[in-house]
Design a protein around this ligand. Structure first.
Ligand SMILES: Cc1cc2nc3c(=O)[nH]c(=O)nc-3n(C[C@H](O)[C@H](O)[C@H](O)COP(=O)(O)OP(=O)(O)OC[C@H]3O[C@@H](n4cnc5c(N)ncnc54)[C@H](O)[C@@H]3O)c2cc1C
Length: 430
C-alpha cells in the first residue's frame, strides 16, 4: 500500500508521521518551500512572531509528540492563569472564566449573571437555530451577546448570528461530552478540579514542532511541489477501474493506492474536479473568512491573555492576544482586524492596516503601539457558518479522504487526533 498526502500543515505532517509509524509507504507533496501550513513562526526585529496559532494546549497527544521529537528542552509553558478581557461600553472588562471572575466581573449586571443560572431549565437546541439564538435563549441576552457569543465566534471570525448551532458549537460541545446542560458540565469540572492542559509554545515559536516533524520525514516530503490535479490511475477518471490515484504535480506525478487531501476547501475542489465534479461542487460551497493579523510593539503592561471585541462596536478589530504577558514575548501584541469593519479593507496597504490596528489597540488599552508586521491569510479559516452544511454532502470515492479543518475541528489538537484516526483506518485496511 502506498499513500499520498497532499499538503503538509499540521494535518499532513501528522498523517505522514502516523502512517510511517505503522510501516506504511507514504509520500507527501507541499506547494510551499517549507512545511507547517498555518503554523508559521517568524522573527521580526529579533522577536518571535506567530503568523498563525499563538499557542497550543499541551494535551496528552501534543506532549507525546514533543517527547517523540525530543523537543522538551525548547518547550515553554505559558501562564494562562491571567484574565481574558472583553471590550464593552468603552472599557476592558474581565470575561468570567472562573467562579470568582463570574461574581466580580463588571461585564454583566447582577440580573444578567442570575439569568445564566436558569440555563438547565431551558429547552435544548432546536433545528436550524443559530449560535446566537441558542445562547440568548439558554443564557440570556447579556451573557450571550457580551460574553459567550464573542468568546466562541472570535475563534473563527464569524458572527454568531451566521453560525448554525448544530454544525458548530453543538458539535464542539458533543465532542467535549457536554450533555443536557453546559452549566452543569462546567460545575462538575470545577468540583472535580479538572483543569485544562497548560498552554505552551517553544523558544522559537510553534514552527519548532512542525519543523521537527518535517525533519523526521524529509525523505518522503516533496517541498515546492504543488499538486494540480488528482485523477484515477493511468489518467482514468474512474477510480474503480483499476484502483489507485495519480497525484499530478507541477513537475511530475505520484501513483498511490490511497490519497489524503489536507488543503483548504477551495484548493481541494480544484484538485478533485477532474475526478468527481459533484464532489468539487460540494467543496466549493464552504465559505472562508480571510484573516488579517497585525503585530504590534507596545509597553502596555497589564497582565492578561488578551481582549475580545464583540462585533457591531466602533473598533475595527475583533481581538488582541497579549503575547507579552502570558508568553513573556518582549512587548509583543497580536491584533486581529475585523474583516467586516471596512469594505475597503482588501484594497488597503499593509502600512494603512498596521496604523488602523495600532490606533484601535491604543483606544482599547490606552497604550501607544507601533506596527511591526502585517500578515493576511487567504483563504483564511472556514467560516463555520451556514455553508458548513456542505459537510453532510461530501461523498468522496473510496480511497480518497479529507483531513482538514473544514471537515473537522480546527484546533491543532483536533487536527492531530483526526490525522491519527485516518492513519489508523488506512492501517486497518492494509
Ligand atoms: C490566525 C490563526 C490562528 C489560529 N489559532 C489557533 C490556536 O491558537 N490554537 C489552535 O489549536 N488552532 C489555531 N488555529 C487553527 C489551526 O492553526 C489550523 O486549523 C491548522 O493549523 C490547520 O492545519 P492543516 O494542516 O489542516 O491545514 P493547513 O495548515 O492549511 O495546511 C495545508 C497545507 O497544504 C499546502 N497546500 C496548499 N495547496 C497545495 C497544493 N496545491 N499542493 C500541495 N500542497 C498544498 C499548504 O501550503 C499547507 O502547507 C488558528 C488558525 C489561524 C489562521
Amino acid at each position: 500500500m502506498r499513500v499520498g498526502v497532499v499538503g503538509t500543515g499540521i494535518s499532513g505532517l501528522t498523517l505522514v508521521d502516523a502512517l510511517a509509524d505503522r510501516g506504511i509507504d507514504v509520500v507527501a507533496v507541499e506547494s510551499r518551500a517549507e512545511a507547517g501550513g498555518i503554523v508559521r513562526s517568524q522573527r521580526i526585529d529579533g522577536r518571535v512572531v506567530e503568523l498563525g496559532p499563538q499557542r497550543l494546549r499541551l494535551t496528552p497527544s501534543i506532549e507525546s509528540l514533543v517527547d517523540e521529537l525530543g523537543l522538551n528542552e525548547q518547550l515553554r509553558i505559558g501562564d494562562d492563569d491571567q484574565p481574558l478581557y472583553i471590550y464593552h461600553n468603552d472599557a476592558l472588562r474581565v470575561a468570567p472564566l472562573s467562579a470568582r471572575e463570574a461574581v466580580t466581573t463588571s461585564l454583566l449586571s447582577p440580573l444578567g449573571k442570575l439569568r445564566i443560572l436558569a440555563e438547565p431549565l431551558t429547552a435544548p437546541a432546536k433545528p436550524d437555530e443559530t449560535v446566537d439564538e441558542l445562547l440568548v435563549r439558554r443564557f440570556g441576552r447579556q451573557a450571550a451577546r457580551r460574553y459567550m457569543g464573542p468568546l466562541y465566534s472570535g475563534l473563527y471570525g464569524t458572527d454568531p448570528r451566521e453560525m448554525l448551532y448544530e454544525y458548530s458549537l453543538g458539535r464542539a460541545l458533543d465532542n467535549a461530552g457536554v450533555g443536557r446542560s453546559l452549566l452543569w458540565w462546567v460545575a462538575k469540572r470545577v468540583v472535580k478540579g479538572r483543569a485544562a492542559p497548560p498552554i505552551c509554545t517553544f523558544d522559537d515559536g510553534l514552527g519548532t514542532l512542525t519543523g521537527a516533524l518535517y525533519e523526521a520525514h524529509s525523505d518522503v516530503i516533496d517541498l515546492d511541489t504543488a499538486a494540480v490535479e488528482i485523477r484515477g490511475h493511468n489518467g482514468s477518471v474512474d477510480v474503480d477501474a483499476d484502483g489507485g490515484f495519480e497525484i499530478v504535480t507541477e513537475t511530475g506525478s505520484e501513483i498511490v493506492d490511497e490519497v489524503v487531501v489536507t488543503t483548504p476547501a477551495p484548493t481541494s475542489a480544484r484538485l478533485v474536479e477532474p475526478l468527481d465534479t459533484d464532489l468539487a461542487a460540494t467543496l466549493e460551497r464552504f465559505r472562508y473568512n480571510q484573516i488579517t493579523m497585525v503585530f504590534l510593539d507596545s509597553d502596555f503592561d497589564r497582565e492578561g491573555i488578551g481582549a475580545l471585541v464583540p462585533p457591531d462596536g466602533d473598533l475595527p478589530i475583533s481581538g488582541t492576544t497579549w503575547n507579552a504577558s502570558f508568553l513573556d514575548r518582549d512587548r509583543l501584541f497580536t491584533c486581529y482586524v475585523d474583516p467586516n469593519s471596512d469594505p475597503e479593507l482588501p484594497n488597503r496597504t499593509d502600512e494603512d492596516v498596521g496604523e488602523l490596528a495600532a490606533d484601535a489597540f491604543e483606544e482599547l488599552t490606552g497604550a501607544a503601539a507601533t506596527p511591526i508586521g502585517v500578515h493576511t491569510w487567504t483563504p483564511g479559516m472556514p467560516a463555520y457558518d451556514g455553508s458548513w452544511t456542505a459537510m453532510d454532502d461530501i461523498k468522496p470515492p473510496e480511497g480518497l479522504r479529507f483531513c482538514a479543518n473544514f471537515v473537522g475541528r480546527p484546533g491543532i489538537p483536533g487536527r492531530i487526533r483526526s490525522a491519527k484516526r485516518i492513519a489508523r483506518e488506512i492501517g486497518e485496511r492494509e
